[in-house]
Design a protein around this ligand. Structure first.
Ligand SMILES: [Zn+2]
Length: 227
């Protein structure tokens, strides 16, 4: 497998089974749209993504699988819309001629910094959320009819939560010897890196998981709570 570690493959199968159990082929079509569009954009950006681990797969697809398994089309679609928005935002942001700014302080940051946003990346993310929203609205099983705007909004809310958490609570690290910055706590530069801001337990995977949870919650509330 080029895309997944062996553990990642097992996790991906579990996510697929959860979604298929809940909603059959329409669920799998929405999930496939997320996976295929993501890997296509990664190839377009000519980025060589490392193979995904089980933890990374579950961070992006776990909430959708559980929501589908429990029978909420809206929550599952909202989670997938959020994961798609994040992926599209990252990949299209790579083409931005203007360097990103931190979503909180508006300070310029280097490309790839968590919490950094660009106009192009944000537009790309919104387009990703809208694509999943359109598909999930069109394929919704009888009796499950989340609105297009609710689902697109859920995806954008998830993307925003991802940036906000990335800028604030996500753990950021620095090499004590050369001041190079890192986002993985187990990195060794000249010396083992040291935590400078954020929480050690809140890494990129945990932030992705929280973002999909926000997407699921916004979609479920927007659909099931009477206005
Ligand atoms: Zn160093």
């Amino acid at each position: 497998m080029r895309w997944l570690t062996p553990g990642g493959l097992v996790a991906a199968c579990a996510v697929g089974i959860g979604v298929a159990w809940g909603f059959g082929w329409p669920g799998l079509v929405v999930l496939a749209a997320f996976l295929l569009s993501g890997s296509l954009l990664t190839q377009l950006a000519e980025r060589r993504a490392p193979r995904r681990t089980a933890r990374q797969v579950l961070a992006n697809g776990g909430v959708a699988a559980v929501a589908a398994f429990l029978g909420s089309w809206a929550a599952a679609a909202g989670a997938i819309a959020a994961a798609t928005a994040d992926t599209w935002a990252t990949e299209s942001g790579a083409f931005s001629p203007i360097p990103p700014r931190l979503v909180t302080s508006w300070r310029r940051v280097t490309r790839g910094t968590s919490g950094g946003i660009t106009a192009l990346g944000t537009l790309g993310g919104a387009a990703g959320a809208a694509t999943i929203a359109w598909l999930a609205h069109a394929l919704a099983p009888r009796g499950h009819a989340p609105g297009f705007a609710t689902l697109a909004g859920a995806g954008v809310a998830g993307m925003l939560a991802d940036s906000l958490l990335g800028a604030t609570l996500q753990g950021k690290y620095e090499c004590p010897a050369c001041d190079a910055r890192f986002e993985r706590g187990n990195t060794v530069c000249h010396e083992p890196v040291r935590l400078t801001t954020g929480r050690r337990w809140l890494d990129n995977d945990a932030v992705n998981f929280a973002a999909t949870l926000v997407g699921a919650a916004v979609a479920a509330i927007g659909t099931h709570v009477p206005h």
